[in-house]
Write a protein that binds this ligand. Structure first.
Ligand SMILES: [Zn+2]
Length: 542
């Protein structure tokens, strides 16, 4: 009897393991047969490991979603072999600044996969699911092509507790916000994000954010911020971000680092210096960046924040009052003047539902069409009219190439798209959602030699993984998750432009997520191998 028990103890797990193994393999579309040492072997690759080291030649064997061996591997040891033909094999790219709350509606995330992305961090700029556990659990019911992690957004939490009010929270409201942040961290958020130019985050003072960030610090998360200013007051905003990190005792990530005031073009030397100084004092501060001189956000962000309080209907009521309307016009004129731009020709419509024919045109052009003239007052009146009609998403050509390059060269800068999942052919969105990583690898690495290939890949892999606490990703090492990308460094490019954005990145042949190809020989598969990634503070079953 005893012997039987012990045989069962050995046999049952063995049978189970074999069954699981076969299930896993048939899921990946491979033949079921004799047990191979690897599910997948990539041969003849030039490996860029993500740490910044020069490439080396090796085969990589994948087993059960992990990197099982790096070195010489006999083809007969593997289930399937992919010949990389001397192309670059790198860790899958980790895009830490995404806005993909709608990922489950477009689970193939093709625009990301086709530029090498295997992990997205969403919940940026203050906007996220408030119930982070529910959001991450959806990846089980609705499988997605890429891994998903999320921050918890300050704006979303604030709105859930006391709406869009322009005031500080009461002590009770603050406690409620802290409880929501605490729950989000325990459910697996990787940190807290703010969007301090957006309603209602823009009404928050520093101390409110410090209180919430302290909760996040206790759970090992970071503070990612779309700062109060990226233009006129950018230095002040950087100081505030660093101070919040210092007071709350957690790492700071400054999102989409830029200088968007024309008068301050070239000042990235100083703004990067503020980050360097903080690091020299022992504070963990990093930044991310997309590789373009244009940003993209709402039209509302051009309007004074006091107008936006309580939502669009409230704003429209205020505009119906001639005195308040005149104040809006005056403040917008002043703010344009301070921005260094002569008019709103730097502001292009990406998507305007009321009149899609405006998509792709600048506010100056639209004003000329709609009003027959394009003086500043008319342009501002046009913006206000479009705000009243429901607003628009915009592309703002507001940065200098010199600053973009200087920021990219900085060792603590990572590459991130600031993009959502794109609907192919819809609107005139910023091309970063299709091309960001490809643009860095093609234009800035190969054509301009601004940074090396190995450094660019480090900025897309191990640096984001380290910063956001994704400890088993971002490096090609035995035991790490098998998120891998194979691309041709001579051909990689970003055909997506501001005029013709809906074009996928070129040069990526394989994008492998947890050992399973999402892109296979240049073709999208129907596999959805992504999983939810939870932060260090997560409790309970994963
Ligand atoms: Zn943002």
């Amino acid at each position: 009897m005893r012997q039987h028990t012990s045989i069962f103890r050995i046999l049952v797990p063995l049978v189970l393991a074999t069954a699981l193994c076969f299930a896993g393999r048939s899921h990946a579309g491979r033949a079921v047969g004799a047990e191979a040492a690897f599910d997948l072997v990539i041969t003849n690759a030039r490996v860029v490991d993500g740490a910044g080291n020069p490439w080396f030649r090796a085969d990589v064997g994948v087993k059960d979603g992990r990197i099982a061996r790096i070195g010489r591997i006999n083809a007969s040891e593997g289930g399937r072999t992919i010949d990389a033909r001397g192309q670059i094999l790198a860790p899958g790219f980790i895009d830490v600044h995404a806005h993909v709350e709608n990922l489950y509606e477009q689970p193939d995330a093709e625009n990301f996969v086709r530029m090498g992305v295997t992990t997205l961090v969403t919940g940026n700029c203050g906007g996220s699911a408030v119930d982070v556990g529910k959001f991450l659990d959806r990846a089980k019911e609705t499988p997605v092509a890429v891994n998903i992690a999320t921050l918890v957004g300050h704006n979303s939490v604030r709105r859930a507790v006391f709406g869009d009010a322009d005031r500080a929270p009461t002590p009770e409201e603050l406690e409620k916000m802290k409880a929501l942040v605490e729950a989000a961290m325990r459910d697996g958020a990787v940190g807290l994000s703010t969007g301090l130019i957006y309603v209602p985050g823009t009404y928050a003072k520093s101390d409110e954010i410090v209180e919430l960030a302290r909760v996040v610090a206790r759970h090992g998360g970071l503070y990612a911020t779309h700062m109060r200013s990226e233009g006129e007051r950018v230095s002040e905003a950087i100081r505030e971000s660093i101070e919040i990190g210092e007071k709350a005792g957690l790492p700071v990530e400054i999102s989409h680092f830029k200088v968007s005031n024309k008068r301050l073009w070239g000042k990235s030397a100083d703004t990067l210096g503020l980050v360097r100084d903080a690091r020299a004092r022992g504070l963990s501060v990093t930044v991310d960046q997309y590789a373009y001189t244009a940003s993209s956000t709402s039209l509302d962000s051009r309007l004074p924040s006091w107008l936006l309080e309580g939502g669009r209907e409230e704003g429209k009521k205020r505009l119906a009052d001639s005195l308040q309307r005149a104040r809006v016009m005056r403040e917008m004129k002043d703010s344009l003047k301070r921005s260094g731009f002569k008019d709103f020709s730097y502001a292009m419509v990406a998507s305007y539902r009321v009149k899609p024919e405006f998509n792709g045109k600048s506010i100056a052009e639209i004003t000329k069409i709609a009003r027959g003239k394009k003086d500043i007052e008319s342009q501002i009146a046009q913006i206000v009219e479009m705000y009243e009609a429901g607003g628009a998403s915009m592309v703002y050509h507001s940065m200098s190439e010199e600053d973009v390059r200087r920021i990219m060269r900085e060792p603590f800068t990572m590459i991130a798209s600031d993009s959502g999942v794109r609907k192919y052919g819809e609107g005139m969105p910023h091309p970063r959602g299709y091309g960001n990583n490809a643009r860095v690898l093609g234009l800035y690495v190969r054509d301009l030699r601004l940074i090396t290939l190995e450094d660019a890949i480090r900025k897309m892999t191990s640096l984001p993984a380290q910063t956001f606490g994704l400890r088993d990703r971002g490096l090609i090492r035995e035991g790490m998750a098998a998120d891998l990308v194979i691309f041709d460094e001579a051909k990689v490019s970003d055909p997506s432009t501001f005029d013709k954005p809906h074009q996928y990145a070129v040069g990526f042949h394989y994008v492998i997520v947890n050992g399973v190809p999402a892109l296979d020989g240049g073709r999208m598969t129907t596999e959805r191998p992504g999983i939810a990634l939870r932060g260090a503070g997560a409790v309970g079953p994963r």
